[in-house]
Write a protein that binds this ligand. Sequence first.
Ligand code: NDP
Length: 292
Amino acid sequence: MDHLISPLSPTNRWWSEETTAVVTGANKGIGFAVVKRLLELGLTVVLTARNAENGIQAADSLRLTGFRNVHFCCLDISDPSSIAAFASWFRHNFGVLDILVNNAAVSFNAVGENLIKEPDTIIKTNFYGPKLLTEALLPLFRRSDSVSRILNMSSRLGTLNKLRSPSIRRILESEDLTNEQIDATVTQFLQDVKSGTWEKQGWPENWPDYAISKMALNAYSRVLARRYDGKKLSVNCLCPGFTRTSMTGGQGTHTADEAAATVAKLVLIPQEKLTSGKFYICLEPKKIIAKL
Ligand code: NDP
């Protein structure tokens, strides 16, 4: 997949400052770094955050370093009314969208800890959040010849080989997978957690609730990619690799800026090299592989 990370040379440049990207959970971590990278490359970027004060501060810090095309809007992806308000604000202020990076997510485990603490919040934030936001913004994608792009930030913890149950795996692997089946799988997981039986059912062992949220997001991305096949909208997932942010307690093999450089390269791939329905893993900043 080396071609994916070829330099963003001027000849590959299909975008301009009219090209608009939205990044969720962008007050810090990889999200903030992605906003900065896209601004450096000359796009217009809407930085969103659930906490207005943190979001405004983050956007102001970028403006202070000279970026004019950064905008802020509050967005809590776990709250459907916040998503609806954001979609309406975006439609009113921008009208069309080119790139959506669904980055915001939560985990309540430290690295090496595999407890299930707030499964409902994790599923609501990491799976239903990006799904609802995507559905709300779908009518606004430009879908011109340069192709609109959705990148869902995922995790290798959510790949299907982490499922120990062959029957659940068969469902999620199916070429005919539906959104109803994905929702039913997630509901089943939450029920198994509530009844205390989840360990026997073959769900992932590492960061289990987080892994299921990302597995569901990957599955939804494949279904969406199929729905928009040939309709000028690409949908992919990326695991940014073990990155030093607050989610990992500052541990990791690389920085948020390095992860963001990969994100930018993936979402800005020239149209002729663009894929859809893929899951990419960034093993190290300059090495990414396609899994699905
Ligand atoms: P951080 O914890 O540093 O940042 C997460 C961001 O998401 C924060 O801005 C946080 O806001 C925001 N957020 C959380 N809940 C919501 C919500 N309900 N609405 C809006 N924003 C919210 O994490 P990373 O930067 O490390 O993670 C970015 C993405 O990369 C995530 O999807 C993560 O799962 C994924 N990832 C990260 C890896 C890593 O090693 N770091 C590895 C694999 C995947 P607030 O500041 O208010 O909490």
